[in-house]
Design a protein around this ligand. Structure first.
Ligand code: SF4
Length: 578
């Protein structure tokens, strides 16, 4: 049976199941969510008003046995940036949607009765709208427990916590992973959009699904073997990430002078070792946690982990470099266990841990807390932000707004979104990605760290501007394509280094759908999606002046390499010449 579009209208609590339009047929993941957003959302609409939509779409290979293919995309107009947003996640939702034949789930409108929250229960051919006053004021794990008790244990759960109900710009959408923990559509305030639609959670039934059909199973199996081998034999995806998680990057970036420290004042931190991937792995092993863990079924890289406290009790999982950096070098907390506790709290509260933690670091410059005061930072989350006090709402509004409210000049944001853990002056390719991606500062949009620092796909000197625009452009086009397949972005390391990896990925797509796509077709798709996203932003009011680095990075030189952001506007604007 052909895949369908499930469309939910919250203004009259109705749904329809529609045929997939011809021009959406060959699309999945980010390609599909961004295409639907561009086609159906007025770029000038208020992101929390009746004309914004939330669009979920599994990737082209989601639901298959292809390694690392279980990511789900969410697209919308972002209330944080005011531009287009795509944020993809592991967990169980993509596989279940694909197996139910849901090509995309589009949620539109706002309910007339905004006195309560609803939950949606999606099954094969049906969507139930259920008033859920009993869930209001509850956070993600409580909601998850109730849903797992109500339905079978395999049900996919996508939920918001109190910050999402309050439409905070740092709120994300959390998704159950196979181990019953949480992953997130993290960036851009998508949880606020779900909150505006008065949806507390969406459950997707896993009982009546069928395995996805494969047009040429033999060819698929062969290609899948080659692809998996390429991931496992790559030194980064086969060794570094499984051993230390993404947090392997603390020591690497620190040594490279690209670890943003004390709100982007320096590129190295004297306490980096205390929060490093190596320290984390030692703690995990000593405390009976797990150094390897997949955020979705079929992940062969397993960069996630389970981190326990000294007594062996669970604190957090999916403990990522970007969060550890923001609470560590950026905000000054040296205690990895406290950082883990804050990470677990942000999972439960459904907060973008990058935006929130960078905002906490900026709160130091605003005089709200002191550098390194982890206990107070924890209280700000647990007491102020979770309860929506005025101070909590300030922090929950994100980095850019704290800067404006407190008259700060050193505000590390692009298009209103906080920069993640890579110093753009010392990792210049990553800087080009931050300022040019239509998503706002986002490391995953074009991970130039790979070639600048990790020597994956060759080497481009991170401290010089030569070749960086071209590098970022190629990576952003490739990432837009990879995000459309449902693949985790970490397949990129093998794709950059192993000539067999990308062809085997394309072979799997062709074997799944009976198509004959070439490498050029896939690259062409990535380029088209990137331009379509840029076009949405232009219609929303963005101009080339929004593709700029915060000014302080142009005149403050960054130790230890004493580098500044030295690109001309013309050099940056040339990014779009393709
Ligand atoms: S490598 Fe990491 S992010 Fe990618 S699918 Fe596996 S656990 Fe998830």
């Amino acid at each position: 049976m052909a895949d369908k579009i499930y469309r939910v209208n919250m203004s009259n609590l109705s749904f329809s199941i529609e045929e997939v339009p011809q021009n959406w047929m060959g699309l999945g993941g980010r390609a599909l969510t961004s295409t639907i957003v561009a086609a159906e959302i007025d770029p000038e609409c208020h992101p929390l008003g009746p004309n914004n939509k939330l669009v979920f779409a599994p990737g082209l290979l989601s639901g298959t046995t292809a390694a690392n293919s279980g990511r789900n995309s969410c697209g919308s107009k972002s209330p944080l940036t005011g531009g287009i947003k795509e944020s993809n996640v592991g967990g169980t939702s993509a596989g279940i949607m694909a197996k139910l034949g849901i090509k995309a789930l589009i949620i539109e409108g706002l309910p007339k009765n905004d006195e309560t929250f609803y939950r949606l229960h999606v099954t094969k051919d049906n969507v139930e709208f259920i008033e859920a006053p009993e869930l209001v004021g509850k956070d993600n794990y409580a909601v998850l427990d109730e849903m797992l008790e109500k339905y079978n244990k395999k049900v996919a759960v996508m939920s918001i916590a109190r910050p999402g109900e309050m439409k905070m710009l740092t709120a994300n959408i959390s998704v159950k992973d196979p181990g019953g923990k949480l992953r997130s559509h993290g960036r851009g305030g998508l949880g606020a959009v779900m909150g505006s639609k008065k949806i507390k959670c969406v459950t997707i039934d896993a009982e009546k699904y069928k395995e996805v059909t494969i047009a040429d199973p033999e060819k698929f199996k062969e290609a899948s073997k080659v692809f998996t081998k390429a991931l496992q034999e790559n030194p980064i995806s086969g060794e570094g990430l499984p051993a230390f998680g993404t947090n392997v990057l603390v020591n690497i970036l620190n040594e490279a002078g690209g670890l943003p420290t004390r709100n982007f004042r320096e590129g190295t931190w004297e306490h980096a070792e205390k929060i490093s991937g190596e320290t984390m792995a030692e703690n995990i092993k000593a405390r009976g946690g797990k150094t390897t863990h997949g955020c979705h079924a079929g992940c062969v890289i397993q960069c996630s982990q389970v981190y326990n406290d000294k007594d062996g009790s669970y604190i957090t999982s999916g403990f990522e470099y970007e969060t550890i950096w923001a609470l560590g070098a950026h905000l000054g907390i040296q205690d990895l266990d406290l950082i883990a506790k804050m990470d677990g709290l942000m999972d439960d509260l459904g907060l973008d841990s990058i935006e929130t933690s960078v905002a906490l670091g900026l709160a130091v410059d605003a005089g709200i807390l002191e550098y390194g005061d982890g206990q107070r930072a924890y209280e700000l989350l647990a007491d102020e932000l979770a309860n929506g006090t005025p101070l909590g709402r300030i922090i929950g509004s994100g980095t850019h707004l704290i800067g404006r409210l407190y008259g700060l000049v050193r505000v590390p944001t692009v298009k209103g979104q906080a920069m993640p853990a890579y110093e753009p002056r010392a990792v210049k390719g990553q800087g080009v990605t931050y300022i040019t991606t239509p998503m706002g500062a986002d490391h995953t949009a074009g991970y130039a760290v790979a070639t600048n620092i990790l020597n994956s796909g060759g080497h481009v000197d991170p401290l010089k501007k030569d070749g960086q625009v071209e590098l970022s452009r190629n990576l952003q086009i490739a990432s837009a394509a990879v995000d459309s397949t449902g693949m985790c972005i970490f397949v990129a390391f093998a794709a950059l280094d192993d000539p067999k990896c990308l062809p085997s990925l394309i072979d799997m797509i062709n074997a799944r759908f009976g198509t004959s796509l070439t490498g050029d077709d896939v690259t062409g798709l990535g380029a088209r999606i990137l331009k379509l996203e840029r076009d949405f932003n232009t219609k929303a009011g963005f101009t080339p002046a929004d593709d700029r680095m915060p000014e302080f990075m142009k005149y403050e030189s960054l130790p230890p390499h004493n580098v500044t952001w030295d690109f001309t506007n013309e050099e940056i604007d040339a990014f779009w010449d393709f």
